[in-house]
Design a protein around this ligand. Structure first.
Ligand SMILES: Cc1ncc(COP(=O)(O)O)c(C=O)c1O
Length: 384
């Protein structure tokens, strides 16, 4: 497993906006939507992504993702859609991983056709499948790893090498790993996207997104993004900056607890299957170990037939059934009933998503609390 130094220092201090007037320990919040055009803030405007708090937070994200630059958006989807619309045009083709966030696949299905962009979704991403789907007009490869909800791991270095050899731009949704556990720029990925609504926000009360990359790529992104208007308000920028200060502490704790919990659940007699990249039995364990600093706080599992999964969700006392993920509180959901409910049972089965699959987001509660909650809920949900 790779090691990275001083992550907590970067979370707290990178891109710090200093209070030079009063010497306060935290950054002042500039909420103005209008500034004196004669300077010093020439052309500052929230939708131009260039107000003091936006710029400071973007610098923090650039440092955390080891890139030159970054931009902050009003949601993860605002970031993802801006990337597609800025780097693809009518007549282009994109290769995408199939196992990605449902909203992103929906964007491709609903929007690409209208603007004349074609796409190929790949079930398994490897050199052969990438080569087979390469077309003359292919411009981008888009991946998400670890994936939702099966925690499949894609080899970032391989994708990056393939893309470079074929002059393609690469984009990754790094939400599940967070910058604490994975820095795709180190492997040559061009655009690193986060739904900051998840780990970066971390308290289930902020909707935001980020993109990190080179200065040149951020200029291209900015040219399009300012037209779509998906910036984040400075008050929420402040909240996000405050949250990121504890990102390292939270994610390291969540990853530690998740590894122990996944190891416990894998041996549990009432569970069928546990998907977690940190388990040696995970099919891409070696790749995960190569490219991640920690295995993250997300996992999924199936209860055996003799445990009713709906009753199990009802009986949980601490772990909350909830749609989103990556907060300080542990949450759980049934992908078949939520994110993947629009697929037919056959389509779900094809992707390995059974009705009994549950996606679990490990919070910062102690391991014994989570184990006790799971055990008592299983006990009450056995089919008689
Ligand atoms: C992996 C992943 N990427 C992107 C998104 C979209 O982010 P947002 O809801 O902030 O627009 C989500 C939301 O659930 C997600 O889970």
């Amino acid at each position: 497993m790779k090691k990275k130094k001083n992550q907590n220092y970067s979370c707290v201090h990178a891109g710090e906006l200093k209070d030079t007037v009063y010497g306060g320990a935290t950054a002042p919040i500039y909420t103005s939507t209008t500034y004196d055009y004669r300077g010093p803030g020439t052309n500052l405007y929230p939708r131009y992504f260039n107000t003091p708090n936006q710029v400071a937070l973007a610098q923090k994200m650039a440092v955390l993702e080891n890139t030159e630059s970054a931009m902050i958006f009003g949601s993860g989807m605002a970031a993802i859609s801006a990337v597609f619309m800025a780097f693809l045009k009518n007549g282009d083709h994109i290769i995408m991983q199939r196992a990605i966030y449902g909203g992103t696949s929906h964007f491709a299905a609903a929007e690409f056709d209208r603007v004349g962009i074609t796409y190929t979704m790949l079930e398994h991403i490897n050199e052969d499948t990438l080569q087979e789907s390469l077309q003359e007009n292919t411009r981008m490869v888009y991946i998400e790893t670890p994936s939702n909800p099966l925690l499949e791991v894609t080899d970032i270095e391989m994708v990056s090498a393939f893309a470079k050899a074929n002059s393609l731009i690469t984009a990754i949704d790094n939400t599940f790993a967070s910058p604490i556990n994975q820095n795709p720029a180190d492997f040559g990925i061009d655009l690193i996207i986060h739904s900051a609504t998840k780990y970066l926000g971390g308290h289930s009360d902020i909707c935001a997104g980020t993109v990190s990359g080179s200065q040149k790529h951020m200029e291209t992104l900015w040219n399009t993004a300012k037209n779509y208007g998906g910036s984040l308000s400075d008050v929420t920028v402040h909240l996000l900056e405050r949250s990121i200060k504890t990102l390292g502490l939270r994610v390291k704790q969540q990853s530690k607890t998740a590894l122990k919990l996944a190891t416990f659940l894998e041996r549990h007699p009432d569970l069928e299957k546990v998907n977690y990249p940190g388990l040696k039995t995970h099919p891409q364990y070696k790749i995960a170990k190569k490219q991640m600093y920690g295995f993250g706080g997300m996992m999924s599992f199936e209860l055996k037939e003799h445990v009713d999964h709906n009753d199990f969700l009802e009986e949980l006392k601490v772990i909350k059934p909830a749609l989103s993920l990556a907060g300080v509180e542990s949450t759980i959901l049934s992908p078949a009933q939520t994110s993947h409910s629009l697929l037919t049972p056959e389509e779900r089965a094809e992707q390995g998503i059974t009705d009994r699959l549950l996606r679990f987001s490990v919070g910062i509660e102690e391991l014994n609390i989570l184990i006790d909650d799971i055990e008592q809920a299983i006990e009450k949900s056995r089919k008689r």
